[in-house]
Each structure stands twice: as structure tokens, then as C-alpha cells.
Design a protein around this ligand. Structure first.
Ligand code: ADE
Ligand code: ZN
Length: 315
């Protein structure tokens, strides 16, 4: 099955072996972030963010990001993806400085163009990190606005959802919208229904996760009516303890209520997942068939931050 993935953090997709190799090459002593088997080790979401940022600290040059992107898109293609949207934080690519960001972007655009010729298309969603605060989010939005139009087609926000208020980031989302970028943000992962409502007020057309909408039937109806697309990452939610197991995950109930759900992997090596595993587990848990996944992928194409010709070619 050809798959569309809308929610994959480039830094969070970094294979542990690449992070270890870069640390060795740069003679950097990383804090304890690996388990005995060589995977990432963390306890809970706050610790996940620490390990994520520590691993990312060895990605210090445009060349490192080019190497990372090539590995990540190669892995996406192996999972059957034909189109992937990558969350990338300018905070980690030159500290939010526009000049530095352009260098990182140039290196990544070359890789993305080459990988497109190998059958995996992609776009970048520049991402503010919520717990870094509104000032740094503004710098990320300026990087996004100033480099929008080519590979950069979206602006988003991840990080610690319960820190600060969504409206503190309104300037950044307005700036990105005025530049013609698509808008999405994590919400309803750690925060409840009100967090999703506050995030919708930023003008997003998609929500990263959004699973806690299930706690509020009126919100579920609203999401369905407004055709808001949820970028759901069930393996991530289960690994981080938000859902007990696959059968308890609300994705099927949201889909049954008419919400446009899609499936992504978030940070696959952190959560021991791959796109194929997500599909397999959903098929096992809910008896979903090819036509269910096909419908989901059509919703993903509708909601994708790319031009209509690309959408037509993906269908
Ligand atoms: N950044 C990377 N993964 C994330 C997640 N699951 N939630 C919030 N921010 C993230
Ligand atoms: Zn995410």
C-alpha cells in the first residue's frame, strides 16, 4: 500500500546509530540517552524531550542534516511511503538565525530533490518548540515565512503542550499564514479538549495528535464538520503512556464519528515503531482493511501542504 505520512519529526526520526556515529566523529560525550540494546532510553514525556534534545545536539551542520534527511527519507520509502511531511525546527538548525537556516535548508533541499527522483516526495513544516517560548517561536516563523514557497510549505508547533497559552503564539501563526504556509500544531496530546479549541483559534487546518478530543463529543462533532484533519500517531501515544494499548486507542472511535484521521509515526526510533507497523497494528486491533487505509490516505492527501498537481499525482 502506498502511504502518505503527515507527521514525522526529522530530528525525532534520527537513527540512534547515526547519532552515535556523529558523537564519535565530533568527539562529543553525550549524556546517558541510550539503552543497552542501543536504542533511545527515556522515562516519560519530559525525559523524552531531554533525550530528544540531547541526541539532536550532535546535528550541528547543514551536512549533518543532509545526511540525516537522506537516511530518514530512505527509511520512509522502505516503509512504502510516497510522500512525507517533515517537522523541522530552525531552533536546532542554526539557533533560529535566518542566515544559518538558509544554509541548512539549501543542503536539505538538494537531498529532498534527489530522493523525489527515487520515488519519495517530501515537504518541510518548520516547527516552533512550545517550551522554548513565544520569542523563539517568532524566529522560527520568520525563518518559515522567509523561505516559504519551495520545499517549505508549512508551519507548526510541537513541544510541551501544557506550557504557555496557545494565543501566546498567535503572532507566529499569523506571520506564517500571511506567507501562504499551511498551519498545524500539536494539541490534544497532553492537553485536553480546551487545548484543541485554543489551538484551532490559531487558524490551523490540522492538529498533531488531537486524540483527547474524544473526551468532548461536541468537539468531536466540530472537528468532523469543519473537516479538521488529525495527524494521529498511535504507536507514539501508546509508548508515551497516553493510551493503554492499541485497542484502547481512540482513533477508531474518532473515525467512526466522521473525523478525518490519518496515521503517522511521530518519532519512530523513540517509539519502536515504523509506518508499516502502525498499519499492521491498526489492522489487528480494529479489523481495518485496505479500503479503510485508502480512505485515510485520501484524507491525508487532501490535508497535505502541497500544490494541487502534486496531490493529483499522489492519488
Ligand atoms: N516533538 C517530537 N515529538 C513530539 C510529541 N510527541 N509531542 C510533542 N512534541 C514533540
Ligand atoms: Zn509530533
Amino acid at each position: 500500500m502506498k502511504k502518505i505520512e503527515l507527521h514525522l519529526h526529522l530530528e525525532g526520526a534520527a537513527p540512534p546509530a547515526l547519532i552515535r556515529a556523529l558523537a564519535q566523529e565530533k568527539r562529543v560525550d553525550l549524556p546517558p540517552i541510550f539503552d543497552e540494546a542501543g536504542g533511545y532510553a527515556y522515562r516519560g514525556f519530559t525525559d523524552f524531550l531531554r533525550v530528544y534534545e540531547a541526541a539532536t545536539s550532535v546535528l550541528t551542520t547543514p551536512r549533518d542534516y543532509a545526511r540525516l534527511l537522506e537516511e530518514v527519507l530512505g527509511a520512509c520509502a522502505e516503509e512504502g511511503a510516497i510522500y512525507t511531511e517533515l517537522f523541522i525546527s530552525p531552533d536546532f538548525c542554526g539557533g533560529g538565525d535566518l542566515h544559518a537556516w538558509r544554509d541548512y535548508l539549501g543542503a536539505m533541499e538538494e537531498v529532498a530533490a534527489r530522493m523525489r527522483r527515487h520515488g519519495i516526495d517530501s515537504r518541510a513544516i518548520l516547527t516552533a518548540v512550545r517550551h522554548f517560548g513565544p520569542d523563539r517561536a517568532r524566529r522560527a516563523a520568520i525563518c518559515a515565512a522567509e523561505t516559504s514557497g519551495g520545499w517549505v510549505t508549512g508551519f507548526g508547533m510541537g513541544g510541551a503542550e501544557t506550557e504557555g497559552k496557545a494565543r501566546d503564539f498567535a503572532w507566529s501563526f499569523d506571520c506564517a499564514r500571511e506567507a501562504g504556509l499551511g498551519l498545524t500544531s500539536h494539541a490534544g496530546e497532553w492537553g485536553g479538549p480546551q487545548s484543541i479549541r485554543d489551538t484551532l483559534a490559531l487558524g490551523v487546518t490540522r492538529i498533531g495528535h488531537g486524540i483527547r478530543a474524544i473526551e468532548d463529543p461536541a468537539l468531536v462533532r466540530d472537528l468532523a464538520e469543519r473537516e479538521i484533519t488529525l495527524e494521529i500517531c498511535p504507536g507514539s501515544n501508546i509508548a508515551l503512556g497516553l493510551c493503554k494499548d492499541w485497542r484502547a486507542h481512540p482513533i477508531a472511535r474518532l473515525a467512526d464519528a466522521g473525523v478525518r484521521v490519518t496515521v503517522s509515526t511521530d518519532d519512530p526510533p523513540f517509539f519502536g515503531t515504523t509506518l508499516r507497523k502502525e498499519y499492521d497494528r491498526l489492522a489487528e486491533a480494529f479489523g481495518w482493511h485496505d479500503e479503510d487505509f485508502r480512505r485515510m490516505n485520501l484524507w491525508a492527501i487532501d490535508a497535505a501542504f502541497c500544490d494541487t498537481d502534486t496531490k493529483t499525482s499522489l492519488r
